[in-house]
Design a protein around this ligand. Sequence first.
Ligand SMILES: CCC[C@@H](CC(=O)O)C(=O)C(=O)O
Ligand SMILES: [Zn+2]
Length: 329
Amino acid sequence: MANDNKGWDPSQLRKCDLEFEEIPRFVYNDPRVDEFISENKPVVILGSKLAKAAEKWTLDYLEKNMGNGDFTVFLSKNHKFKYYDDKKSMLKSNSDFIPPTKKLDMKLPEFIKRLREWKKGDDRLYLQQGLNNTVGPAIVHDFLNFDWNFCTSKQSKHNWGPLTSNLLLIGMEGNVTPCHYDEQQNLFAQVHGYKRCILFPPDQFDCLYPHPVHHPHDRQSMVDFDKPDYSRFPKFREARGCETVIGPGEVLYIPMYWWHHIESLMRGSYTVTVNFWYKGGPNGTVTYPLKGHQKVAVMRNVEKMLLDVLQDPKEIPPLLRAMVLGRYT
Ligand SMILES: CCC[C@@H](CC(=O)O)C(=O)C(=O)O
Ligand SMILES: [Zn+2]
């Protein structure tokens, strides 16, 4: 991958068995940006002022101005912060589920102190907090100075639904959010430090082996990218993805349903990102054959319906096997 950006070096990336295409990068007013977004394809948007007002959000500035609210911080025994659904983890059928991370409410000064005093062997930390009105006035001022015209113009031009949240992400170097997909459009604005983003289209569902929909790790890939188990997940070898490293001021459009693995480069500093999650828009006229993301939505509905009627998740595999093996294969 090209590292013409002065700010990072391939030695700061984690090793990965797969090779990837580069995600294209265009200046924000290049018409190809909207061409890619309209085709639900990832694109890096350069030179936008989307979250420029946050470029002064250093840890010192945030400590002074973030207010005295509690922030959601995840702790992990390793470098992975694999998301899990709290509610699903309480289901009887998931009683053997062990959450891979601990979720705490933490004041910002404590988070920053632990970040600064972190040493090898300590739990890693990842602050992931929706920006809301508990933040201090200076942060509100900066937030209001985001380039809302830019993102709102994308939202209306591409028929996205409403903005659901802006997550503030403050991660340690080397933190990884493992491969998963979201059911929202995402303008992922990098503010401080560098993040490597590996993306796969929705039609690679069969190469990325998502957990069952009822599982707490719904939408997350079962494949450990650090040590893929090719006997359990043979088609992972065939996964074809694209990647980019984004730095301060760069925005990655992550299309809804696209798989993404995101890591903070190991270059000696924390990372800050603000994401902009939008609900998907109305489907509009459906054309056939259905697109990859629509088939994922269909498969999700089938799994939900089967669980609804069968109640016991263990009854789903034998029923699906009876339906498919020898009949549709
Ligand atoms: C909780 C959100 C984490 C983020 C990835 C990352 O920056 O580590 C992501 O997956 C997204 O913005 O969709
Ligand atoms: Zn995500």
